[in-house]
Design a protein around this ligand. Structure first.
Ligand SMILES: [Zn+2]
Length: 113
C-alpha cells in the first residue's frame, strides 16, 4: 500500500525532528497533501496511527492541509487550476496539461507539548 510507505516517511521525519530538536511529545503533525498527489487521506490517517505506535508521536493527530493543484496547459500556454490528476484544462478542455503544483505531500509542522 502506497499510503503505508508515506506514513513511514512521515514517521522518520517526525523521529528526526524530535531527536535533533529534543522535542517532547508530539500532539499533532500537520501534513500538506496536494490535490494532485493521489494520496488517499483516509488510508493515510489509518496508516499514520499504526506507524506512529511506540514513537514520540504515538496517539498524535494528523492534520491535513490540502494544497490546490495547478498545471501548465500547452494549448493555453498558461498555468491553470486543476483539481484532479488527468483532468482537462478548465479553460480550453485540452488534456495536454502538465501538473506543476499540488503533486506532493510534505510535513509542514509539528505541534509538541
Ligand atoms: Zn487550456
Amino acid at each position: 500500500m502506497h499510503e503505508m510507505s508515506l506514513a513511514e516517511g512521515i514517521r522518520s521525519i517526525v523521529d528526526d525532528a524530535v531527536s535533533s530538536q529534543q522535542l517532547g511529545r508530539v500532539r499533532s503533525v500537520v501534513v500538506e497533501i496536494g490535490e494532485l498527489s493521489a494520496v488517499e487521506v483516509d488510508a493515510l490517517a489509518f496508516c499514520f496511527e499504526a506507524v506512529m505506535k511506540g514513537g514520540p508521536a504515538e496517539g498524535a493527530r494528523m492534520e491535513v492541509v490540502r494544497v490546490p493543484g495547478s498545471g501548465w496547459c500547452m494549448q493555453c500556454a498558461q498555468t491553470v487550476v486543476v483539481s484532479r490528476l488527468y483532468d482537462p484544462c478548465p479553460q480550453c478542455g485540452s488534456y495536454q496539461v502538465q501538473p506543476t503544483g499540488g503533486t506532493e505531500m510534505r510535513v509542514r509542522e509539528l505541534e509538541v507539548d
